[in-house]
Each structure stands twice: as C-alpha cells, then as structure tokens.
Write a new protein. Structure first.
Length: 569
C-alpha cells in the first residue's frame, strides 16, 4: 500500500472514520432540493420526502385547459394555450430532474408551431383511415408523405413540409396528448419500442429547448414533441450521477406508477455488447431479461441497455428496494460494473428497526453502560460529573439510552474528535489548526458523510502518502474501504477513472459502493455487538447507509439490550 506515515490500528481507526462521519448526519439540516419545472436542479432521490413532494406537486396539480384554436375540417393547426404547453414542458423537466440530468428545458415557440402541424397531420389522417369502410390501418411515420389518392392508405392528410420536417425530429404519439403523452413516451410500450428511444430523447442530457404540438379529441388525439435540435451533440453537462449514467427508474426513491416494465441504463460512449444485468430484492435474485442493447459510442441520445424485470410490485405496502448490477460495461476500453438501488415507494416507509426499550437496570449497570458508550463514541472515560448526571437520568427514566447516545454525538467535543480521528486515520497525523477549524466548520454546516470521506481519501496528501501514483492509491482504497486486493480489470478501470474524472469522484464511488457499505455495517456490528449482522440486517442497513444513515445504525446498536449486556462484562 505504499510508504505511509504511521497510522493508528487499521481496523480500529477505520471504524473511527465511520463513526466520525456520523456527525455530518446528525448536524446537517434536512434540505429538499428545488424541483420546480423551470429549475435546473435535480430532485434528491435519496430523500424520500423530496421525491414525494415533487411527485405530488407535478401530478397532483390541475391540468391547464388545452385551448386549441385549430380546425380539423380546414386543416388549420391552430395553437394551444401557453399554460397548457408549460405543463407539457414541466412534465418533461420533472422526469429529467428525477433521472439526474439537467432540468430547465424551455420551449422554442417556432418548434412548437412546427410540431403543431405534424400533430394535426397525425390526428386528421387517422380520423380519415378509421372512418373509412373497410377501416384502413393507423399511420404514424417519422417520414410522412402526402396522400396521393383516395386509394392511398399510408399518405397524410393536411400535409405540410413543415410538419414533415418536424416528424423527423420529434417523438410522435397517436392516442395521447399533453402531459399524458410525456408519460406515454417514458413508458415506451409495444414491440417496436424496445430501444425506449422516446424515453431516451426526453432524458437526453444536452437537451435545452423543445417544442410541443397537441391535438385533442374528439377524433384521434395526438402529440408531436420536437426534441432533435442543435444541442444534440453538445458537450456532456454536469449530472447528478458521478458515473454519468442515465437510468430509469433512477437510483433512489421512485413512485410505483413511474416504474415501468422496461428498465433502462444509458451511458454516453459506453459499449453494452457484453454486459449482463442482475436485479435482487432483499438479497434474492429477481428474474430479468435483456431486451435491447445499443452500443454506438457517443450516439444520440446515448448508448443504452434495456431489460425487463419480472414480478415487480409497483404498489407495495412498504418501500421495497431493488438492487441493480450491470457488469462488463466497456468505457474507454476498460470494463466496469455499475450498481445502484431503486426503492419503490410503498404506502409506508420501509420498516425501520424500532429503538430498543431500555432494560431494567441498577445504578451500577447504568454506570457501566455510560462508561462504555463514552469510550466507544468519544474515546475517553466520562468525568465524575458526566457519569453521575447520565447515570441519574438513565436510572430515573428521564432519558433513554438512545437519547444518551445522540447527546454524545451532538456534543461539540464529538465534532472536534471527528476531525482529529479523520486526520489520524487517513493522513497519519494530527491536524494543523487551520485544517482542524475548517473541517469542524464543514461538519457543523452539514457536509455529507460521503463527501467528507471522499475529500480525505482523495486528497493529494493521502495519494502521496500511499505511493504518489494512482495505481498505488487505488490499491490502498481497495484495502482500506473494501478490505481486499483489486482484480486486474478493476484496478485498470479505476486508474483510468481517476485520470478522467479526478480522485475525489473516485474516492466518493469507493466509499458509497455496495462493498464499502456492507463493510461498514459489518464493522459497526462487530464493534458494538462483537458479532456480524444476519443476512437480512446486512441488506437492510447497507441500503440505509446508501442514504447516509450510518448514525441510525450506530444509535440503534449502541442503545440495544445486547450492547447494554456486553457493557456489563
């Protein structure tokens, strides 16, 4: 692992970093990112309340009237109301913000005018074909041609060259219009839509302006969504997912009615030719089948892998998590594995283990418990005053063991202890005064668990201490965070990622990987209870740690009757 300054005991100090980072969870204010349709921010899908709030705001609002001014009989495309078109654009932005690509897509009125001509062509033509006897087939084409004669089944009525141009650059829908058509594009049903191309265009990261044309019933309703513009091949913008992936359903919490039969993962420049996908629920494999692969590098919109997941409950009684793992994804000549959790919202949040009830105990037993908790959380013995105060509160029942643990983690001493231990564990030294004050301030102002870990593990000083090369540094991350040595393909991939995306992003990915989260769960169980978790506990808490909930596990374990009993030995 390279030549490093002396560090404290590896297992013990690694645990201290895990415990130290709990402070960020405790002191951070709960923030819900903006999800309004006109904003460019992403919806924080790791925050259940943020997802529920954004979903209710988007799908619970009354739809604006279409206000269509056109006329089918005279082939007048007309216009729709601005409020109606705003709703359509807003629905597009909602899906984009859920997927972690930039929102803030706006309407180009000229594109809407062109799309309106194509929407009219779709509706009127299929009215004509439906009303004939015998009935002619429905017509939906990205290269429409004018109807040449009364015997032409596939030509278009109300044909215009402007509408024809729009058809080649638009998503097209027959039978839906307005926001319902956007939902339909994301669903992308039917044998001909295995590539979920309509979904791909809505979630295309560089999309900036679009147009919408809509024709309502009676008669065939229709939509043309103008999406192919000059922004198609623009440079990739910043995205929520550090890997650059665009998944649907996305990572995190997702309302069940937005989880469609076809799941997809897009990644610009990726090759999915040899990729395999697996999905598990509560540690058990769920049947999946790959339906489509498109590995055109730098394609428009992007390379895509599409699969079906069988037996998904989209209306569970409680939140249900599915873990997606895609292997052998080739990017820039190296193979990588992409893994993420999708939690389908249920009627209630997933059951969280309840705070254990404090057992009846004597003052001496409570003293033992207080001493052990101070040692585990602050690394010292309590003062006589602290021991007396907490023993009295716990014995009288005025405070619970859970209250006591949280008070330790909320203390100013804890934050300073956090910073000192992070420096010792990662850099092998005490912090300088400026660095110490800086990180105390960051933790108190809400720096997240993963961000703090990535900053230390990805710092130039840490890399230099571990040998000064990305190769040596990656090997150290495997040893420190995954407790194993890297395979050759994994080492090569992560070295290339460090060169492309920077060490901070790579350190973040390591810290929040499934392996790292499971390692942290195991370490906490071993430290507090002298045993490992059972399989269901491991799966549950590893999922919770993905949302930054390390503290919830520590508090649960440290206030359990099992921990209390161990403190008496």
């Amino acid at each position: 692992m390279g030549s490093t300054p002396a560090k404290s005991s590896r297992v013990f100090s690694r645990l201290l970093v895990v415990l130290a980072l709990f402070a960020a969870v405790l002191v951070a204010p709960t923030a819900t990112p903006a999800a309004e349709a006109t904003g460019g921010g992403w919806i924080d899908t790791s925050n259940r309340n943020a997802v529920v709030s954004a979903y209710n705001a988007e799908f619970g609002a009354a739809a604006a009237p279409i206000g269509w001014t056109g006329n089918r009989a005279t082939c007048s495309p007309g216009t729709t109301s601005q409020a109606f078109r705003n709703d359509v654009i807003g629905r597009v932005n909602f899906f984009r913000q859920m997927a972690g690509v930039p929102g803030g897509v706006t309407e180009d009125p000229s594109l809407s005018a062109a799309a309106q001509e194509m929407a009219l062509m779709i509706g009127v033509t299929n009215d004509t074909n439906t009303n004939r006897s015998p009935r002619w087939p429905t017509v939906l084409s990205h290269n429409p041609q004018p109807r040449q004669s009364s015997g032409s089944q596939n030509g278009y009525d109300c044909f215009t060259t402007t509408g024809q141009t729009a058809a080649g650059k638009s998503n097209l829908y027959l039978g839906r219009y307005g926001v319902d058509s956007i939902d339909g594009y994301m669903l992308d049903p039917g044998a001909g839509n295995a590539a979920v191309g309509h979904r791909n265009w809505i979630l295309h990261p560089t999309l900036r302006q679009i147009g919408t044309g809509d024709v309502p019933s009676p008669g065939w309703s229709s939509n043309a969504l103008y999406v192919i513009t000059g922004d198609t091949f623009a440079p990739q913008p910043a995205m929520r997912e550090s890997t650059g992936m665009v998944a649907w359903p996305p990572r995190g919490f997702v309302p069940g009615d937005l989880v469609y039969p076809r799941w997809s993962l897009g990644l610009r420049g990726a090759n999915f030719d040899s990729s395999n996908v697996s999905v598990t629920r509560n540690g058990q494999a769920v049947s999946t089948s790959v339906e489509f692969r498109n590995s055109t590098t730098n394609g428009a919109p992007f390379s895509i892998l599409v699969w079906n997941v069988n037996g998904v409950d989209t209306a569970p009684a409680a939140d249900t998590t599915y873990t997606v793992t895609v292997t052998n994804v080739a990017v820039a000549g190296t193979s990588q594995t992409i893994s993420y959790d999708v939690t389908i919202l249920g009627d209630t949040p997933a059951p969280t283990p309840t705070t254990p009830t404090d057992p009846p105990a004597s003052a001496a037993e409570m003293q033992n418990f207080v001493v052990q908790a101070y040692q585990d959380f602050l690394g010292r013995q309590p003062s006589a005053s602290e021991l007396s105060t907490w023993t009295g509160r716990l014995t009288s029942g005025s405070s619970s063991s859970f209250d006591f643990v949280r008070a330790l983690a909320d203390s100013p001493e804890w934050t300073a202890y956090v910073v000192d231990q992070m420096y010792l564990d990662t850099l092998g030294r005490r912090p300088d005064a400026g660095g110490r004050n800086f990180w105390i301030g960051r933790l108190q102002s809400g720096t997240t668990v993963a961000a703090a870990a990535a900053s230390f593990y990805g710092s130039p000083e840490y890399i230099e201490n571990e040998g000064g090369t990305y190769d040596a540094w990656i090997r150290d991350l495997y040893a420190e965070l995954l407790l194993r040595t890297p395979e050759s393909t994994g080492l090569s991939f992560w070295v290339s990622q460090a060169n492309q995306r920077g060490p901070g992003n790579v350190a973040f990915d390591f810290y929040q990987s499934q392996e790292s989260r499971e390692t942290r769960v195991n370490l906490l169980y071993e430290t507090f209870l002298n045993r490992g978790p059972d399989s269901s506990g491991l799966a549950y808490w590893a999922g919770q740690l993905n949302n930054g909930d390390d503290l919830a596990l520590a508090a649960f374990l440290a206030s359990s009757p099992e921990y209390f009993a161990l403190a008496q030995k």
